[in-house]
Ligand binder design. Structure first.
Ligand SMILES: Cc1cc2nc3c(=O)[nH]c(=O)nc-3n(C[C@H](O)[C@H](O)[C@H](O)COP(=O)(O)O)c2cc1C
Length: 309
């Protein structure tokens, strides 16, 4: 039996639920020496501001025992170079292209989606609302339900394509933020982005990152990310894309079982460039071994006897 791995996000059908996560997979084309992009459910490209952006000074990456702290600072090529040089190559592959969008103001997010909406080959926008937004006193919009609502509403108005709101885990009540995104008209939600973190060099007593703070990703965050995806998926109607520390099909399945309709693989790509394709293969094997004809059957199949969680 060849299992059906297809995933349905409502606004978008994927050949399988595995998407490469933004910032860990370049613009996709960098991975063509290692894997066949046609095998992927989708690719979330590195975040784009309207104009090119240099990012933070180095050091920008620190390894931790079970993860990675990054402070890349959303380095990117901007919309014009992406549309002219990257997209024509990327759309030759049979995989969904999610454009990760950044902004220093609500208007910049709106300008990015407006500029790129008519370009051929993009399946949806994933709004990285979990990055610093200068206009909102240095806070990122996904830390506040009101800021999330206003930004998503404006982006929806200016976009000709579906909008996925990518949420920050650095909040007390993730469900409240997810509900705001849904009310504002988001077509889907992806979570989680990285957890605010820090590392110190005990010899120099300086922070290991030039930016002082960074975002923690990788296996260290998986159980917390899973909890958040579970909470959100059970409380919103729009589809949820889960991520955070997925290294294997076992990890991916946990997210699907708690209700994610698709998942993203991030830090794993930096350890093993073949990670996405390996996980797809492992998912197929899991379905075969367990007599599961459609992976969709697994989604939201968590068995919980208590009803107060
Ligand atoms: C080096 C690096 C760069 C990232 N850049 C972005 C980005 O541009 N936009 C974004 O939304 N998320 C970005 N992320 C967050 C990832 O997409 C993902 O949400 C997070 O790392 C958790 O997944 P993981 O544990 O599988 O890496 C970045 C993560 C890393 C490690």
């Amino acid at each position: 039996m060849i299992p059906d791995l297809s995933a349905d996000l409502g606004f978008l059908k994927l050949k399988n639920p595995i998407i490469a996560a933004s910032g860990t997979f370049g613009y996709g084309l960098e991975f063509t020496p290692f894997i066949d992009l046609n095998l992927l459910g989708g690719i979330a490209i590195k975040g784009l501001h309207f104009s090119p952006k240099e990012g933070n000074p180095p050091p920008r990456l620190v390894e931790t025992p079970a993860g990675l702290i990054n402070a890349i600072g959303l380095q990117g090529i901007g919309v014009e170079e992406f549309a002219i040089k990257v997209l024509p190559e990327l759309r030759k592959y049979n995989t969904a292209i999610l454009v990760n969008v950044c902004g220093t103001s609500d208007e910049e997010y709106a300008a990015v989606v407006e500029y790129l909406s008519p370009k051929k080959g993009i399946s949806a926008f994933e709004l990285n609302i979990s990055c610093p937004n200068v206009k909102k006193n240095g806070l990122c919009p996904a830390l506040s339900p009101e800021a999330t609502y206003t930004l998503i509403k404006l982006a929806k108005k200016n976009s000709g394509l579906p909008i996925i709101a990518k949420l920050s885990p650095n909040v007390t009540d993730i469900v409240e933020i997810a509900r705001s995104a849904q009310e504002a008209g988001a077509d889907g939600i992806s979570l989680v982005n990285t957890f605010l973190a820090m590392a110190v060099d005990i010899q120099t007593r300086k922070p290991k990152l030039a930016n002082v703070l960074g975002g923690l990703s990788g296996p260290a965050i998986k159980p917390i990310a899973l909890r958040m995806v579970y909470q959100v998926a059970s409380q919103v109607k729009i589809p949820v894309i889960g991520m955070g520390g997925i290294m294997s099909a076992q990890d991916a399945l946990e997210f699907l079982i708690v209700g994610a309709r698709a998942v993203q693989v991030g830090t794993a790509n930096l350890v093993d460039p073949d990670a996405t394709v390996r996980i797809i293969r492992e998912l197929e094997e899991y379905c075969q071994k367990n007599g599961i004809e459609k992976i969709e059957k697994v989604i939201g199949s968590i068995k919980i006897e208590r009803t107060d969680r």
